[in-house]
Design a protein around this ligand. Structure first.
Ligand code: SAM
Length: 431
């Protein structure tokens, strides 16, 4: 593709739009869409259909929209609860990565797929829909819902010689997304993205609670004395653990990472909060410490897969303090999966977290049996369940203790557990 014909996509990113793509590329894209429809049907039992810009272009003028650059597809999940719809999306994304697609998540309701085929880079975008109280919603575009008959039963139409699934009534779907004037091309069309419009889609976010952590770390200075001393758990870890490469997950302001660096560990810190990562990097620079930091979101299975690929068997120690109770079950699952893959055989995981016995487990707004919102999200951990979960990834318990007196801070003495897990030395058992 000729770089000279790059323009701005609707997301403000430089790209080559359909105006400047070859017929061959468009044909490959349509065939790639057919392949994705087959994958969704055969592996996930879902009817993917042509959506958004591609549906608009073909129903309006029988072709792609010139200034668009990818192939939009969507499905309506038949699942009833938001937790199930979210989980289904996570599993689909994981499976697509396994099939060789490169994935970039905007959320679990909208993600880009890139497939390389015969020197072409084919771009697709998948959107998630669902039905609630007899209204069907579509991530990003349909926040007020439409009658399910706009989508179902799925129909078919021809796209340059290839038959692909489409919504039952494309005109109604287009009107719901783009308004009653959808038939007339409008070069100035902009989506309205106010807070109210986002509310129905929030449950599919791939970085929940990030706003809280961004606010928390914003305005913190690299040299603030309160944040300079390490946690007691970091001191415990440094006392017991041989030196080597240490990965800290959820490194926050970097106090423990920088301490480990000062103790002779080669430190790599990650956190999904970019404000925190920038703060850590600045502190490491000022201290000339052997510590590197990068953003990594443990809810984003695509980012985790890329991190695993780049760091297989690379670390001696994985350290995560007050992280497991700060993330959902998806975060815990990704943490254990990542640990099983990025640790060397015999490598160890050091975890400290709030347990179900912690006093705060009864404070604030309940979200589920084990989760609470009290200024921010917390999940109170059943230690046996976590050990069982870790066992499924091949880990054995090297050390375990729970109680008060280990993480007292600012007048609070939480009930916490310390858990040290070991990856098998022969590498067996880890998935
Ligand atoms: C309670 S703080 C603990 C910070 C630090 N480990 C400490 O003990 O002071 C939890 C940290 O986890 C980070 N975090 C939460 N969810 C995350 C996710 N999905 N991926 C990566 N980091 C996350 C937050 O940004 C925050 O820095």
């Amino acid at each position: 593709v000729n770089k000279a014909v790059q323009t701005m996509s609707k997301w403000g990113v430089p790209t080559v739009t359909f105006d400047n793509k070859s017929e061959h590329h468009k044909q490959q894209l349509i065939e790639g869409a057919a392949e994705l429809c087959a994958i969704f049907r055969d592996r996930f039992g879902l009817d993917l259909f042509v959506a958004y810009g591609v549906l608009l272009g073909f129903t309006r003028a029988g072709d792609f929209i010139g200034h668009d650059d990818d192939f939009d597809l969507a499905y309506i999940s038949p699942l009833k609860t938001k937790a199930e719809i979210y989980r289904q999306s996570v599993e689909i994304v994981e499976a697509l990565i396994g099939l060789g697609y490169q994935v970039r998540l905007t959320s679990y309701g909208q993600y880009k797929l890139i497939k390389r085929a015969k020197r072409e880079r084919l771009k697709f975008e998948i959107f998630v829909g669902w039905t609630e109280e007899d209204r069907t919603y579509l991530y990003f575009g349909i926040d007020k819902g439409v009658d399910p008959s706009a989508f179902l039963p799925i129909g078919q139409r021809d796209f340059h010689g290839v038959s692909l699934p489409i919504p039952n009534d494309p005109a109604r779907v287009n009107a719901a997304i783009y308004g009653p004037g959808w038939r007339e091309p409008d070069p100035d069309f902009r989506y309205e993205l106010d807070k109210e419009k986002w509310r129905p889609f929030l449950f599919l976010r791939s970085a929940p609670n990030l706003g809280y952590w961004n606010d928390y770390y914003a305005g913190k200075r690299p040299d603030e004395p309160w944040s300079l001393s390490p946690s007691p758990f970091a001191a415990f870890t440094a006392e017991h653990r041989e030196r080597g490469r240490l990965l800290e997950i959820g490194c926050g302001n970097g106090r423990d990472s920088l301490f480990f660096a000062s103790q002779g560990f080669d430190v790599h810190g990650v956190d999904y909060c970019e404000t925190a990562v920038a703060l850590c990097a600045e502190r490491a620079r000022q201290a000339a410490a052997p510590a590197q930091f990068e953003p990594l979101n443990l809810y984003d299975v695509a980012q985790v897969a890329a991190f695993i690929n780049a760091n297989a068997d690379a670390f001696d120690t994985l350290y995560a303090r007050f992280f497991v109770h700060a993330v959902t079950e998806t975060g815990e699952a990704e943490l254990l999966k990542l640990a099983a893959r990025v640790l060397k055989p015999g490598g160890r995981v050091y975890l400290e977290f709030r347990t179900r016995e912690d006093g705060r487990a009864a404070v604030g707004r309940p979200i589920s049996d084990s989760e609470r919102e009290d200024g921010h999200y917390r999940r109170f951990i059943d230690v046996d369940a976590l050990i069982e979960h870790a066992g499924r990834h091949g880990f054995s318990v090297a050390y375990r203790v729970a109680g008060h007196g280990m993480a007292a801070f600012g007048g609070e003495d939480p009930h916490v557990a310390r858990l040290v897990l070991e990856k098998p030395r022969d590498g067996a058992g880890a998935d």
